[in-house]
Design a protein around this ligand. Sequence first.
Ligand SMILES: [Zn+2]
Length: 108
Amino acid sequence: MSAITSNNIANSSGITDENISFSKTWCEKQVIKGFSSICYYGTLTYTTSRCSNCGFTSETVKIIKYGTKLSRITLTKSANLPTYLFLKKQRFYCEGCHTTLLSPHHLH
Ligand SMILES: [Zn+2]
């Protein structure tokens, strides 16, 4: 992993979330929807101390890690090729209200 290069990508793609880490093979060309595309792979990791559904903190209720969800984010074209970011998001489970929580991220 090259932190400097990943950061450059993160900045140039408008993604500045410091909780995103890029994996070893964080960039490669792939055919998506029939077009050769540039793909970045990142993981959004963070810890949560408060359930956004019931409002209790992890001191009161138990909030456990509950797998990940992969989402594809369309970025602005680079080198005239469609560009995507595949982002793995951490999911949490609140034992207080029995709901799952996703990383509070602004990108969809
Ligand atoms: Zn809850």
